[in-house]
Design a protein around this ligand. Structure first.
Ligand SMILES: [Zn+2]
Length: 436
């Protein structure tokens, strides 16, 4: 059983407090993290580390105990900014996955075997990058596979250059039932008797971890009873994905369908042009995305121009910059290691500022900005604020302003509820910034 912990909608302190009190803390106190596979996204992990260190420690130690007992842990890594990877260029996929692996190593002290893909959004290129970074497996839904499956797997996806990655497939019907029917978490005994008795091979339930205690009240008790008592009562052994993979290397092969996700049958349209799963006119989504893509291109061109004078591979430098973000090395010392020749104070500052701009340019693609129905909500506002921050850092480093072009593109995105445009929101963000 695996319980990925989504942190996609998580920049809000009060919301985090509430979810922590209802879900993470009680589940950690009950020892539930020891007995399931989970991922703790970087944003949420950093929040927990700062706001509830004892819960954070309990979660990290759950993985360490499994690592010590079985040689493999039960935590999974996550792509760094909760980006919809099939919509990202290869270079951005690499940064997201390299940063996600680095953040995991920093927290859990070992290489992750599994990685959770935000919204289970996948394409072949994403799997290639996973394999190139030493990630052994991920989890998908059966509708993301080509053809019929026979059980949860793991299955092998063959990749170029002799690489491969293993895929576990969740039980979609059972997972969705548990996620969307609060009644089911009333009794672990009833649940196992009704849904888990009989059946052979691996049964994989993969859902948002916040189901247990936050979405479904009391779900943490249900989970504890299920993992530590009731599952065994109907003849199931509770296992961890990394252990199961060790004991059952994939035999069958599978091909995946590019541009699919777990949230709906519209592929990744929900985060691009919108789909019928959200209310109202979602045409703001494609305009917002186009504005971000154009801005990203401009930021990257300026970054590359400046940085390649000093460093052979600016994109490798960006990937390695996560060490500075994680506080493993100070910025100046990092550059001294990476640059050819000695940088002046001013040159070093310029490069570090451009790297910081790249950090926010990655953050602006966080999936929650595109998930909901309207542009006037808080989540798209965060996305625009990240973009604004990246833009102002670029101006600080190069003296070049990308603001006018970005505002022109944002003007095309409009809220169907308030009529506000992306430009209006940008202006609001900037005036809040100026007064705060
Ligand atoms: Zn949809």
């Amino acid at each position: 059983m695996t319980i990925p912990l989504e942190d996609g909608a998580n920049p809000f302190a009060n919301f985090s407090e509430k979810v922590n009190a209802e879900c993470y803390r009680p589940n950690a106190e009950l020892g539930n993290f020891d007995a399931l596979s989970f991922n703790l996204g970087p944003t949420l992990a950093a929040w927990l580390e700062g706001h509830d260190p004892s819960t954070y420690q309990r979660i990290v130690e759950a993985d360490r105990r499994n690592q010590a007992a079985h040689g493999v842990g039960n935590a999974l890594a996550q792509a760094y900014n909760h980006t919809i990877l099939p919509l990202a260029a290869r270079r951005d996929k690499e940064t997201q996955i390299v940063w996600g692996v680095a953040d995991f190593r920093h927290r859990f002290g070992h290489q992750p075997l599994g990685m959770w893909l935000p919204e289970m959004a996948v394409d072949q290129e994403t799997l290639e990058v996973l394999a190139s970074q030493g990630v052994a497996f991920t989890i998908l839904s059966p509708h993301q596979a080509r053809g019929q499956l026979d059980g949860a797997g793991p299955y092998r996806v063959r990749l170029p250059r002799g690489r491969e990655v293993a895929i576990f497939f969740r039980d979609e019907a059972l997972s969705n039932r548990l996620a969307f029917d609060p009644e089911l978490t009333n009794s672990a005994k009833d649940f196992t008797e009704n849904f888990l008795s009989g059946g052979e091979g691996l049964c994989l339930i993969a859902i948002d971890g916040e189901t247990f205690g936050h979405h479904h009240r009391g779900g943490e008790r249900f989970l504890h009873d299920l993992l530590y008592e009731e599952a065994a009562g109907v003849g199931h052994e509770v296992t961890l994905l990394a252990r199961y993979l060790q004991e059952h290397p994939p035999v069958a092969e599978v091909e995946i369908v590019d541009g699919t996700s777990w949230s709906c049958g519209h592929g990744v349209a929900r985060w691009r042009e919108g789909c019928t799963c959200t209310q109202g006119d979602s045409s703001w989504k494609c305009h917002l995305r186009a504005a971000l893509d154009r801005l990203a291109q401009d930021i990257d061109a300026l970054y590359q121009d400046e940085v390649e004078r000093w460093v052979a591979d600016p994109w490798q430098l960006r990937n390695d910059y996560i060490r500075v973000v994680l506080g493993e090395i100070e910025g100046r010392a990092f550059l001294a290691q990476q640059a050819d020749g000695k940088l002046t104070e001013g040159e070093a500052k310029r490069i570090l500022t451009l790297l910081e701009a790249q950090y926010y340019r990655q953050a602006m693609y966080t999936s929650c900005g595109f998930f909901f129905e309207d542009l006037s909500r808080l989540e798209p506002r965060y996305v625009i604020a990240y973009a604004a921050k990246a833009t102002s850092l670029v101006r600080e480093a190069t003296g070049i302003s990308l603001e006018e072009g970005f505002k022109r593109d944002l003007r095309l995105a409009a809220s169907w509820i308030t009529d506000q445009t992306g430009e209006d929101i940008y202006e609001e963000v900037m005036s809040n910034e100026a007064t705060s």
